[in-house]
Design a protein around this ligand. Structure first.
Ligand code: NAP
Length: 515
C-alpha cells in the first residue's frame, strides 16, 4: 500500500479464469495493490468451480463483482443466482465484495453468518447519464452509508471536466471510506487526483490503446509517472489544459522534475471544453497553475486577471499561474522565448540553453512562418522583436494577414509557399499542426522547395522527428526540433509554477531519455 494509504486497483475483464489469473499476475508485477474480478465478463461462468479457482489462485487481494446490465455491466441472468454467487464469494473468503445499492438488502439477509471477518462489503451505485450535482450526490451517499457497508463506491460519467469537481467536494466529507470514479475521457482526473482528496481506492488499467477503459489511466502511469502514493491534501495541482490532450508529454516531464526537486506538486492532463468554466470551478488553493495548449491559448488571454506584456502583444497565453498573494490568475507566454532562443542557438551552431551574444543572428533575416495560431503568434512577435523580417502563411489566409499586420510583416497564401524564394539563407518555422500525429506523412513544405532556407524549425514534437525535419536534414539544412522548444518553454513554466530555478539539465535529460 502507498504512503498515503490509497489502494491502486486493476479491473480484470478476462473471458476465462485462466485469462483473469494471468491478468492478475501482470497487475501485481505492474504495481497494483488489488484487483477487481468482473465475474460478469467470464464466458460460461460456473459459480462454484470458477470462484474457487480464482480465489485460490489469487496473488493479490480481490474485489468480487458481478455487475448487472442495469449498472453498466454484462450480467443479464437471474438476480437470485447473482446474489447466490456473491454470497458464495463471501463464504469462500473473498477480500471485498461489491454489492449494488439496490441489491444490498437482499444480499445482507441471505448472506451466511459464517466467516468472514476480513471480507469488506463495498456498496456501489452506478449513476447513468451525467454526474449529479453535489447536493444530489450527498443524498445518494447518505443512503449508501445507511446500509452499513464498509466502503462506498460511486460511479458517474463526466460530460464536462467540471463534473469531476462534485466528486472532489464529496470525498473529504464522507464518513466512510469512499471510491469515486468518473467515467469517460473527461473524468480521468477523478482517478489521478482521487488520493489527494482522500479517495480510498483508484483504478488503473493494465490494458493499453483501445483496451483502455475510458476515464481509467494506465496502471503503469499511476505508479511510474504520477507516483500516486505520494499525493497528500497539500499537493498542488498543475496540468496541461488542451483538447485533445492525450498526446501531451507534459506529465512525464513536470512530474519527474517536481519529484526530483522535492516540490509537492502533481501535473495532470486536463481535457477542457470551456476554459472560463474550468478556471472558475478549479480554484485556489488546490489548483495552482496550468500549461495551455490547443485550442485554448488565445481564449486564455481573456480568462486571466492579468496578462504579462509579451503574452498580451502575442495575444496568446501558454502558462497560467495562480498568484499566491491574492489568488489572481496571471498569464504568460513561454513559447516565444523557448522557440526563438532555440532557433538563435541553431543559427549560431550552439546547443546550450542560454545564448550569450547580445545581437541576435535573426536580425535582418527573412523569417517564413507557417501557422498563425497561438504558437505562430509567439514566433512572429519573437522574430520581429529580434529584428527579423517576418513573412506569414496559414491555411486560413485572413488569419495570416491579420498576424502580418500586427507584427508589420507580409502575408502570402499557402499555395505560394513552395515558389517563395526572394533570397537565400531564410529561416522556415512551422507552427501549424501539419505533420503532427496521427498525420505524420504530411508536411508544410516538400524537400524540393527547401533550397532557399538555411534553417528549418518545426514546433510539432509528436513525432519527435517530423517529415519536415527529416527532409530538411536530408537537404543539409540546420534543423531545430519542436522538442527543443518544448524543453525550453517547459523550463520557463517550471520556474513560474514553483518560483524556483528549474533543474534544466535534468529536464533536458528526461525529455531526451523518455520522449
Ligand atoms: P492553434 O493555436 O490551434 O493553431 C493551430 C495552427 O495550425 C493554425 O495555424 C491552424 O491553421 C493550423 N492547422 C491546423 N490544422 C491544419 C491543417 N490540417 N492544415 C494546415 N494548417 C493547419 O495551435 P498552436 O498552439 O499554435 O500549436 C500549433 C502546433 O505547434 C501544434 O502542433 C503544437 O503541438 C505545436 N506546439 C509545440 C510547442 C512546443 O513546445 N514544441 C508549443 C506550442 C505548440 P488555421 O488558422 O487555418 O486553423
Amino acid at each position: 500500500m502507498a504512503d498515503n494509504g490509497v489502494l491502486v486497483c486493476s479491473t480484470l475483464m478476462g473471458e476465462t479464469v485462466e485469462q483473469m489469473l494471468k491478468q492478475m499476475q501482470l497487475a501485481k508485477e505492474t504495481g497494483a495493490d488489488c484487483v477487481e474480478l468482473r465475474l460478469d465478463c467470464l464466458n460460461g461462468f460456473d459459480a462454484a468451480g470458477d470462484l474457487e479457482k480464482l480465489l485460490k489462485g489469487r496473488v493479490l487481494p480481490a474485489i468480487i463483482t458481478c455487475r448487472p446490465k442495469s449498472e453498466g455491466g454484462n450480467y443479464e441472468g437471474d438476480e437470485q443466482k447473482r446474489l447466490n454467487t456473491l454470497s458464495l464469494a463471501y463464504d469462500l473468503g473473498a477480500d471485498f465484495i461489491d454489492v449494488e445499492l439496490q441489491a444490498m438488502s437482499p444480499f445482507v439477509s441471505q448472506r451466511s453468518k459464517k466467516n468472514s471477518q476480513n471480507c469488506k462489503i463495498i456498496v456501489s451505485s452506478y449513476v447513468n447519464g451525467s454526474t449529479p450535482s453535489s447536493e444530489d450526490l450527498g443524498h445518494l451517499v447518505a443512503k449508501m452509508q445507511s446500509t452499513g457497508a464498509d466502503i462506498l463506491k460511486v460511479v458517474t460519467t463526466a460530460t464536462n471536466i467540471t463534473d469531476v469537481s462534485h466528486i472532489f467536494k464529496l470525498i473529504p466529507h464522507c464518513q466512510v471510506p469512499i471510491i469515486a470514479c468518473v467515467m469517460g475521457d473527461r473524468g480521468l482526473i477523478s482517478q489521478l487526483l482521487g488520493p489527494k482528496f482522500g479517495g480510498y481506492l483508484i483504478y488503473g488499467s493494465i490494458g493499453s490503446g483501445k483496451d483502455l477503459i475510458p476515464g481509467q489511466p494506465k496502471l503503469a502511469d499511476l505508479i511510474n509517472i504520477y507516483k500516486i502514493g505520494r499525493l497528500t491534501r497539500d499537493t498542488k495541482v498543475f496540468g496541461v489544459i488542451a483538447n485533445p490532450v492525450g498526446h501531451s508529454k507534459g506529465p512525464i516531464l513536470h512530474n519527474q522534475a517536481f519529484r526530483e526537486t522535492g516540490f509537492n506538486g502533481v501535473y495532470v492532463p486536463l481535457l477542457v471544453d470551456d476554459l472560463s468554466d474550468f478556471l472558475k470551478v478549479y480554484s485556489a488553493p488546490d489548483f495552482a497553475g496550468f500549461s495551455v495548449g490547443i485550442p485554448h491559448k488565445e481564449a486564455a488571454v481573456k480568462c486571466c486577471d492579468e496578462v504579462q506584456p509579451l503574452a498580451k502583444s502575442i495575444g496568446a497565453v501558454n502558462t497560467i499561474v495562480r498568484r499566491k498573494s491574492d489568488g489572481k490568475l496571471v498569464g504568460y507566454n513561454t513559447d516565444c522565448e523557448g522557440a526563438i532562443s532555440a532557433i538563435e542557438d541553431g543559427l549560431r551552431g550552439e546547443s546550450g540553453y542560454k545564448s550569450s551574444e547580445s545581437s541576435s543572428p535573426l536580425a535582418g533575416k527573412l523569417f517564413v512562418l507557417v501557422g498563425a495560431g497561438g504558437a505562430g503568434r509567439a514566433l512572429a512577435f519573437g522574430a520581429k522583436q529580434r529584428g527579423a523580417r517576418v513573412v506569414i502563411t496559414n491555411r486560413n489566409f485572413e488569419r495570416a494577414k491579420a498576424l502580418a499586420n500586427a507584427v508589420g510583416g507580409e502575408a502570402i497564401p499557402m499555395e505560394a509557399l513552395e515558389r517563395f524564394c526572394p533570397e537565400t539563407g531564410m529561416v522556415l518555422a512551422n507552427t501549424s499542426a501539419v505533420g503532427m500525429q496521427p498525420n505524420v506523412d504530411s508536411t508544410p513544405l516538400p524537400k524540393e522547395a527547401m533550397e532557399p532556407y538555411s534553417l528549418v524549425f518545426d514546433a510539432v514534437y509528436t513525432p519527435r522527428e517530423t517529415r519536415l525535419l527529416r527532409e530538411a536534414k536530408e537537404a543539409g539544412k540546420i534543423v531545430v526540433s519542436g522538442l527543443e522548444m518544448f524543453i525550453r518553454q517547459a523550463i520557463g513554466q517550471y520556474e513560474l509554477f514553483t518560483g524556483n530555478l528549474a533543474p534544466t539539465e535534468l529536464m533536458r535529460k528526461i525529455v531526451i531519455r523518455d520522449f
